[in-house]
Structures are given as structure tokens and as C-alpha cells.
Design a protein around this ligand. Sequence first.
Ligand SMILES: Cc1ncc(COP(=O)(O)O)c(C=O)c1O
Length: 380
Amino acid sequence: MAQHVDPSSNTDPLLFTPGPLTTSGSVKRAMQRDLGSRDQRFVETVARIRARLLALAGAEGDRFASILVQGAGTFGIESVFASCTPPDGKWLIVANGAYGERMVQMLDRLAVPCAVMRSPEDRPPEAAAVASALDADSRITHLAIVHCETTTGIMNDIGAVGHVARERGRRYFVDAMSSFGAIEIDPDACGIDYLVSSSNKCIEGVPGFSFVIARREALSSTRGWARSLSLDLLASLEQFEKNGQFRFTPPTHAILAFDQALTELVDEGGVAARGARYRQNREVLHRGMTSMGFRAFLDEAVQGPIISTYLLPEDGAFEFGDFYDYLSNRNLVIYPGKLTQAPSFRIGTIGRIAADDIERLLGAIADFLAERGIHLDAGT
Ligand SMILES: Cc1ncc(COP(=O)(O)O)c(C=O)c1O
């Protein structure tokens, strides 16, 4: 798997993070062009990207449309809430982590009514409980859930929850920020009306924009509902379809990088092959971490291949800042924890990294433990 690592990017740190993440040298080089946002070459690139995103989702044809939204992933999520909520609409947010909670915050800011169904951070929500929550409140028109809750790395069952939503005629929104491109998602089979991801996750582009894959029939019914000018999805779609352009200044360089990243995803063998590389990365990581005595927060049955959460060891000599700096000084960047329940840290296994990079990280972690005289109980 070492062939995926591009030597031209070797001076940059390796990012074991959920994005921005390590990108290939060729993706970075693709940015080194200045294209006018109304230039035909740029317009063609945008059109190609929009079509390729639909192909990745297996949503070719005219039932779905893809819309690029400037800004971070959060902007894409907020664009759905701000554009697709009817004046008398109400959302049910199914939350088991920080990104589900962020959705609740957004609706709060938009003064849109919302109910929240919470489950613990280490447990995927039960579809039957979602069904009961929908049955208990007929005012709920829309339902949203996070696919891979990057807070922990847990995978939520978007198929089962989507089935429940569709059976009850509710619109369904999936935040697939950290899963799209590496985990197969069939929007039709899952009953998805809106799906959001971003440029700097599993497609391995650079940060700059997010994208929405929207069921046309759902989006076209939202006319007049937008509560935001810049995040108005239907207006953006209409502009893309009218003249191929963004309504406001696009991140031209990030778009060029993303086009190259999509080519590299196809060259790697598509979503299945990318997912397989990430799963292998994660297996190597998990084997190494547990054999050193680190304890994973999640049960393996619900753990995804994107990011893994480990509990901070209780040994007084183990201090996260010191650990982080030790690794960072060796050009290896990990991620702090985001759990509400316990001190933890996270290691991402996505981006242009392969099993030998994970081995390098594991070696540095072993060196840290040895240098600090920390002995963890393997297997506990
Ligand atoms: C599942 C999920 N949703 C939303 C976001 C927010 O994306 P951004 O940080 O690009 O705004 C992230 C970021 O990691 C995420 O993992």
C-alpha cells in the first residue's frame, strides 16, 4: 500500500486527523493555477465535479443534483437547514456526538423548531426509537443524523433510520462529512433527500468548500423558504444550471485540487478501494495501539474506519500536550479528543496515508512511552 504515498509531499507533516488531511503532491500541484471564476475552463471544471459527485453517490440521472457551497463543511450543513425548512417545519435531530449537537445549535440560531433524540456517544441510535419519536410528534417534517460521528468514529445506521423516515413521509438529511467517498452510500436506498460532505475529507482534496447532494423533487419544493442569502441552495442550483457559475466568489484553487483528487479516487479504484485502504490503516492502528495497552473508547462492532478514539491513560506521566508535541516534533500530527464523557485523543486513518505511515506513528508512540517510562497494561 506504500505506493499511495507521494514522495513530493514528504516534507509536510503526516496528518492523522479527520481533515484537513494529508493530500497527494499532485493534488497540491493542481492548485498552482489562476483561473477566472467566469472563465470557460473553470466553468467546465465545476460542471465535471458536479457530475462526478453524483456518479460517486450512484445518483446519476436527473433525480439528484449536486451543489457546491463555499466554506467549511459546517456551511454546507447550515445551508440545508437554512434553505430547506418550510415556514412551519420542525426538525428531529438524532444526536450521539458533537456534530449532531452542532446541528441543534444551528437550528437554534435560525429559530427553527427542533426536537432532539440523544443516544450515548458510544451507541448508535436505534431506528425503533427514532420511529417512536416521529410518531409522537406529527409536527416533525424533517429528520437529520450524522453518518460517521467524527467525535468518536462511530458509524450510525443511516439505512435503518432512513427507512423509518421514509415510511413516515419525513424528509431525511444525512451529514456524511467524514464518510462520503470511502463508504458506499446509496441515497435512494437510504431514502436520503439531502447529503452533505466536504472537499477535505475522504475525497482527499484541500479545504475550501462543501457540497450538497439533493433530491431534486425535495429541493425544488423549497422555493421561497431560504432564511439566508448566501446559503440559499435552490438559488445556487439554479445559477449552476443557468450559466455554470457560483453566485459568489468560488474557491477556484480548491476546486482545481478537488478535480484532481476525484481523478485520483477513480484511479485508486473508487469508493470500495479507498474504503479498503482506510480499513487496513485502521486495522494496523488498532492492533498496534491495543498491543501497547491503549484502550479504545468504542466497541469494535460500531467502530468505523475513519477515526479512532483512545482513552487517555491514567498514568500521571502521560500528559496529552506532551504526547502531542512529541509526535508533532516528529512530523506526525494527531487530534485531541472531543468526548464529553472521558479524557481521550483521536487518531484519523483517512487521507493520503497508508499502512506504513501508521506503522511509523505506532513506532513513535512506542518511543514516547519508553522515554517517559510509561507502562500500560496491554489488553486492558
Ligand atoms: C461529521 C462531521 N460533521 C460536520 C463537520 C464540520 O465540518 P467543518 O469542520 O469542515 O466545518 C465535521 C468536521 O470534521 C464532521 O466530521
